[in-house]
Design a protein around this ligand. Sequence first.
Ligand SMILES: [Zn+2]
Length: 439
Amino acid sequence: MKRRDFLRHATAAAALPLVRIQGSPAPLRANADRLNGWLTRFGAVGRTGGGINRVAYSDGDLAGRAFTLDLFRQADLGPRIDPAGNIVGRLPGNDDALPPILIGSHVDSVPDGGNFDGPLGSFAAIEVARSLREQGVRLRHPLEVVVWSNEEGGVIGSKLAVGDHAGVDLDGVARSGKTIREGIGVVGGSVERLAEAVRPAGSATCYLELHIEQGGLLDQVGLRIGVVQGIVGLRWFDVTITGFANHAGTTPMDQRQDAMLAAARFTVAVNDAVRAQPGRQVATVGRIVASPNTRNVIPGEVLVTVDLRDLDRAVLDRFSATFERLGHEIGAATGTTFRFTPATSSEPAPADPRIMDWVDASAAALGLSRRRMPSGAGHDAQELARIAPMGMIFVPSVNGISHSPREFTRPEDVANGADVLLNAVVAADRGLDTLAPRR
Ligand SMILES: [Zn+2]
């Protein structure tokens, strides 16, 4: 540390009523009862017979946002709606000119969804800001709490906030029936001023998001905290397999060009290839369209889809090439041809190693078991990773259920997640003081 930085850091630390440097024996605690109380009450907002229905831009979403805005106001965070429809609140820092630390999540849901996917991280972020103020802990950086709009419809609010306007079709119709353009207006944004919502690269110190795991790994092995290594990237392919449609009764078995048989072999080959290698890569053949799709005709053409995901771009590229090779081999063996067409792809969003360390250390200080793991689901954090160092904290989803009214996270895990977020924010505030500039 340079002498000037040391003095600045020492002065800032001396001014704090409570000096909690990372590694101190007394980690901070959020108000777990208050946070769980908010989540319980929120479970009645947008609830229908099918589950939670706070689909972006719907009446349920508007009710959820009104509830959330009230929590921002109670925490004295002076909420505003940015032009992309995101709710933004702010806790000033001792050096308020520094780029803010961002924390948050979303409160919209899928149709017939659950009450924890999104609201947990959003309300925990509000609770963290409120706890810091109540406990007299001043951060050097300002802390911004952001509830991103329309996460479930394709991380729309966070995409617009990082300036990816090309990635958002404003005239696309959202699940609510409104276009995204209309929806942004309904929630208090303004498509004419979208440029003002953009946070350029480097304009945030870091982004941290608490979220339910949505898978069953933590729950199965009884671990309390997931330290997220990043959000997996994906490659989607359409694979068209062409054979020759012919009579199912008169064509001998050794003279067929059966596209369905080739598709079946390919499906098995993709699964075998992925499982034969160490790592956490996953691939799925999820859709099949056979033609002519008739009982007594050998299928002449079959379309299958491939969904491939991993944290490492090189792994994605390697398996993409492997699948093509396997397809051509199976084609040669079955008298069919394989044509691969890339559909959607997205790049992996790795978490920042320093933030992973702070999340890990915060969980350790709280005595919580933990493991590092990728996120197989998409999150707003993947977009924020484009402009700032990113990290995520997972807590267990009971039985790994999510996007369902049966989605549940235990109150003690809600509390643990908020505590880890709180201490990780403090660690980031201090840690980024003492590390070399990252740009
Ligand atoms: Zn979510």
